[in-house]
Design a protein around this ligand. Structure first.
Ligand code: TUI
Length: 329
């Protein structure tokens, strides 16, 4: 499928792998890029040396374009930003803030920049600052989220900017991709759908929880502190939620409770005391497969749906019930 997104990034299909702290390493990013999408290494809160190493590994595994994401709440994001310019990383995405102060340095060395935004206001500001594309992420997404749903955010951002638009949050199959394109997107970013693939190195217990998740199995913590984070429900998430609403719990105590929780889930496979960040779309993920399988399936389904007329779609949806019910059980 060719769109302005494939043209801009030099990729085969307009499918971007979402940056996921602790999860999106060179294995995942190289896997997705080699399969024709855009793989992204998530710098998260990792040391600069780790990010540098992942960039080298991706480059050793594939000649295809790839990206690195800067999490702007990270105190060392100045150093990460400099590293990405020095390494001439083909694509830079950003999250959890305004990357305006880095934009000139990145553009100067030829990096393509696609900030992740959760509002049309920030999208407009990013376009003015020189963004090459916008990734608009609805609150169905996992991890740190905004307050607007993908269904309304995509058309709102489409009306606000002219650069290529990539939809994120709640997209995990070809139906989501087709819908996102009808709303104004020219590509999609998926995180949760890539959690269960072979190239994703997270603990198997975490993958099993994603595969088993129902639509009501995510919980948003951190809403009071202004940093809402969506994750799979478990003892960790429920305890965090309780602690947040308990006035006698200090923010230091809460911070201490949270410290290392992502690592526990991703590395140790502790699905009880760890934080399993995930989008609501975990309920749409039923298979493992490889990056190539996911991209082929999503693009194939999206292309088929986008080619159907209303009459065929209506008929198809009327027959689709039993398939969905089987997954829900
Ligand atoms: O950034 C994300 N998702 C993330 S970052 C992350 S790492 C983390 N780990 C533990 C606790 C908290 C975070 C996990 N998931 N998505 C992109 C995104 N950006 N969502 C929302 C935003 C956002 C929110 C406010 C972007 C900008 C913003 O305001 C910027 C401004 O200054 O106006």
């Amino acid at each position: 499928m060719k769109t302005r997104v494939t043209e801009l990034f030099g990729i085969e299909e307009p499918v971007i792998q979402g940056a996921m702290a602790w999860v999106a390493n060179a294995s995942l990013a190289a896997g997705v890029s080699a399969a024709g999408g855009l793989g992204i290494v998530a710098a998260g809160a990792a040391p600069v040396e780790w990010v540098e190493e992942q960039i080298e590994i991706v480059r050793s595994k594939t000649d295809k374009p790839f990206g690195v994401n800067v999490m702007l709440m990270n105190p060392n994001s100045d150093q990460i930003a400099q590293l990405l310019a020095d390494k001439r990383v083909p694509v830079i995405t950003t999250g959890a803030g305004d990357p305006g102060k880095y934009m000139a340095a990145w553009k100067e060395v030829g990096c393509k920049v696609a900030p992740v935004v959760a509002s049309a206001t920030l999208a407009r500001r990013m376009e003015r600052a020189g963004a090459d594309a916008i990734i608009a992420e609805g609150m169905e997404a996992g991890g740190h989220i905004g307050q607007i749903t993908t269904m309304t955010l995509i058309p709102a951002v489409r009306a606000a900017v002219s650069v290529p638009l990539i939809a994120a949050g709640g997209v995990a199959d070809g139906r989501g991709m087709a819908a996102a394109m009808m709303l104004g997107a020219e590509g999609v970013q998926m995180g949760t759908r890539f959690l269960t693939i072979e190239e994703c190195t997270i603990a198997d217990a975490y993958k099993e929880k994603v595969l088993a998740a129902k639509d009501s199995d995510t919980l948003v913590t951190g809403q009071n502190s202004g940093h809402p984070v969506r994750q799979l429900k478990n003892r960790f998430a429920r305890t965090a939620k309780h602690m947040e609403s308990d006035a006698s719990v200090t923010s230091e105590e809460l911070e201490q409770f949270m410290a290392g929780s992502l690592r526990k889930a991703v590395v140790d496979g502790d699905v009880v005391n760890g934080s399993m960040m995930s989008g609501i779309s975990a309920c749409l993920v039923h298979e493992r497969g490889t990056a190539a399988d996911v991209i082929a399936e999503v693009i194939g389904e999206a292309e088929e749906l986008l080619g159907l007329g209303a009459e065929k779609l209506i008929e198809m949806n009327a027959r689709a019930g039993r398939v969905s019910a089987a997954h829900a059980e």
